[in-house]
Structures are given as C-alpha cells and as structure tokens.
Design a protein around this ligand. Structure first.
Ligand code: NAD
Ligand code: WQD
Length: 344
C-alpha cells in the first residue's frame, strides 16, 4: 500500500524535484501550492518526468478551513514536507509582515491540523541562513544560531522554534528539519528546474540568463573578502541530491527510525566553492564564456559558509553525489530548454 504524503509548495523549485523522487520511491503524493511563485504546468512536467501525475490542489496554506478540508478529501496522509514559503531575502526586508504571516502561519496551520488528521511527521525546509556567518567552518548542526540578517532568515529560525515547542508540548508530532545550503541545478531531463520570477536574485539563474543573453552581464558582488580569490564561498548542492535527502528523511520518520522527536540535518556537499570558481567551472562545463564584472559587496552577504554534512552522511545514510560541473551543466541545459519553449 503506497504511503500518502502531502507536499506543500510542491510546484516550486525544490518541491517539484522532491515530488519526482518521492514518486520514484513509491510514495503517493498530494501537492498543495497557491502558485504565488510557480505555475500549474509544473504538475504536467512532473508527470512527464516520473510517469505518475501527482494530485494537485491550488490552495493557500494560510487557508485553515481549506487545508482542513484537504486532509478530509485526501484521507490517510501520513507525512508532510513543508516547502511552501516566501523566500526572497531582499523582498523580506521590504515586506517583513508578508514574510512573517506567510512563513510562520502556514506552519502553524499545518502543526495544528496534523494531530486532528493523524499525520505523524513533518519535514521542514530550513536553511543554512540560520547560522549567519559561522565562527567555525565547516559548520555543524551544533553551531550557534546567530541573529538573522533578514526577516526571511528570521522566519526560518522562528519556524524551527515553533516546531520544537510544539513537539515539546506533547503533540503527537515528529519532525526533521533539513538545513539546505545553496541548492542549484535542474533535473537531468530539463523538464523541471528553477524558474525565478523577474530578475534573479540567486547566483546561478543569473549566470545562466547572462550566458544565454537575457542579461547583459553578471555582477560579482565583491572580490575583497577574506577568501582565496576574494569572492564569497558557498556550499552549492545539486537539487536532485537535496530532493533525495527528503525521501530518506520521510522514510526515517514513517519507519520510526528517529532517535529524537525533532532532528536537524545539514544538507550540503561539505565543499566550499567561491563565486569566481563557480563561474570558471560553468565556463568549463558549458564552453560558454561568461560576461561578468566585479562590483561592490551586496549588503547582508556573509563571507563564507559550507556544511559539515557528516551527521546526515552517517545518520541518514545520505551523501551529495553530483559533481559541480555536471550540476552546472544541468542548469545550462534547463536554461536552453526554457528558450526552446519560449519561456525565458
Ligand atoms: P519556490 O518559491 O520555488 O517554492 C515555494 C513554493 O511554495 C512556490 O511554488 C510557491 O508558489 C509556494 N507557496 C508559497 N507560499 C505558499 C502558501 N502560503 N501556500 C501554498 N503555497 C505557497 O522556493 P524553493 O527554492 O523551492 O524553496 C522551497 C523551500 O526551501 C522554501 O521554504 C525555502 O525557504 C527553502 N529554502 C530554499 C533555498 C533556496 O536557495 N532555494 C535554500 C534554503 C531553504
Ligand atoms: C550566492 C553568492 C552572492 C548573485 C540565498 C539566501 C538563502 C537561500 C539561498 C533561501 C553570494 C553572489 C549572487 C549575483 C553574485 N535562500 N552573487 N552575483 O545569498 O548564499 O543565499 O539563497 O533560503 O537564504 O540568503 O545565495 O545565490 O544569492 O548568492 O555575486 O548576481 O553569489 O554575493 O556570495 P545566498 P545567492
């Protein structure tokens, strides 16, 4: 009997890749998404990739009654993966209340509905942003949580506390919080990938849009950091590797393998890569010369962060497998496919 899973934000970037991997592992998936940052045709593309069409409900996680009815319409949901959130750091500074409402109350609704509908476990999309600039690198799950640099980052920290407090209150809920580093790339089929609205804020979509000619040139935000080549360092993880971590985490929850009721894992490669290194690797992987210039630092950027993924490697038996060249090539193939489909 297939286990039924609810994936909120399932037509989004990471959610869509995770739905495919859940389906490949035999889960029966129900997607809820309000399409505020994605489109319904992602459901068609998920079906093309996995061969299975997930149930899809256009619904806002903030709609408590609507979500309550959803669990009745789709009985037997055993677990939730909660991707749905607003995630643009810069926008969160301009519109903090939108972020606090959307990112906090959507989680509160789910946690309130879980016991009523017999939902055992929830996986929460957290972020390495909770660490700020770590004092020690690579960063482990025990590193101190630092004051958030943005309302967005703060919502991730508060969400983690909401989950801990709810479980500590005795609610019949288990949780795994996955702290993602920098997800990049697209599915090998180039049928699903990252589709940023407007001007991309994140590095790789801006790189591929520059490479294809949508953007004139990439601005590299600073080369005067205390790093080998002066540009910032991040841990770029292939989105399919990240998606697979969610399947393993869901298996762990539903097979009662957790050692704590709330567990936290760093989901990263453990390898730091600088902006300039990523550019050079992209050029090597695709044969496309990138037009870029060094400009001033971007406010709020931290200098360097990469994961110590040992706990996830050992405890989950999960490890990032893709190499950076293949990952960057997947992003380029996705950008080429978008042009073919006249989408970007
Ligand atoms: P995304 O914007 O592509 O996906 C989020 C999806 O949630 C979108 O499809 C959007 O329409 C939907 N959504 C937003 N608010 C909703 C609501 N109230 N009800 C229903 N649907 C709603 O973002 P993503 O990159 O796939 O990120 C997924 C999750 O991972 C987010 O929680 C994000 O904060 C977290 N995360 C992302 C990154 C990253 O770099 N992409 C890094 C760390 C953590
Ligand atoms: C990566 C590096 C930039 C764009 C953000 C959020 C984080 C998470 C992932 C949601 C940095 C540099 C970027 C550009 C550049 N999102 N850069 N030129 O800032 O590490 O993390 O996205 O959870 O919470 O903070 O990712 O891709 O924006 O930047 O030089 O046009 O690329 O300075 O060093 P970041 P990013």
């Amino acid at each position: 009997m297939k286990k039924r899973i609810l994936v909120t934000g399932g037509t989004g970037y990471i959610g869509s890749h995770t739905v495919v991997e859940l389906q490949n592992s035999g889960y029966d998936v129900v997607i809820v998404d309000n399409l505020s940052n994605s489109s319904a045709d992602v459901v068609d593309n998920i079906e093309k990739v996995s061969g299975v069409r997930p149930a899809f409900e256009k619904l806002d996680c903030l709609d408590f009654e609507g979500m309550d009815k959803l669990f009745t319409k789709y009985p037997g949901i055993k677990g939730i993966i909660h991707f749905a959130a607003s995630k643009a750091v810069g926008e969160s500074v301009q519109k903090p209340l939108l972020y606090y409402r959307n990112n906090l109350l959507s989680l509160v609704n789910l946690l309130e509905l879980m016991p009523k509908h017999g939902v055992e476990g929830i996986i929460f999309s957290s972020s390495c942003t909770v660490y700020g600039q770590p004092d020690i690198l690579p960063v482990t799950e025990e590193a101190p949580i630092k004051k958030a640099e943005s309302p967005y980052g703060n919502t991730k920290q508060i969400n983690e506390e909401i989950i801990r407090d709810t479980v500590a209150s005795g609610a019949p809920i288990h949780a795994i919080m996955l702290r993602y580093f920098n997800p990049i790339g697209a599915h090998p089929t180039a049928l699903i990938g990252e589709l940023p609205n407007g001007v991309p804020q994140n590095l790789l979509p801006y790189v591929t849009q520059t490479a294809i000619g949508i953007r004139e040139k990439l601005s590299v935000f600073g080369d005067d950091y205390d790093t080998p080549d002066g540009s910032c360092i991040r841990d770029y993880i292939y989105v399919v590797d990240l998606a697979k971590a969610h399947v393993i985490a869901m298996d762990r929850i539903l097979e009662n393998k957790q050692k704590e009721k709330v567990e936290v894992f760093n989901i990263g490669t453990g390898k730091g890569v600088s902006v300039l290194e990523l550019i050079r690797t992209f050029e090597k992987a695709t044969g496309v010369k990138l037009n870029y210039q060094i400009v001033g630092r971007r406010a709020g950027d931290i200098e360097k962060v990469w994961a110590n993924p040992d706990f996830a490697n050992k405890e989950l038996g999960w490890k990032a497998e893709a190499n950076l060249e293949d990952t960057l090539r997947s992003a380029w193939n996705w950008q080429l496919k978008l042009r073919e489909r006249n989408i970007q």
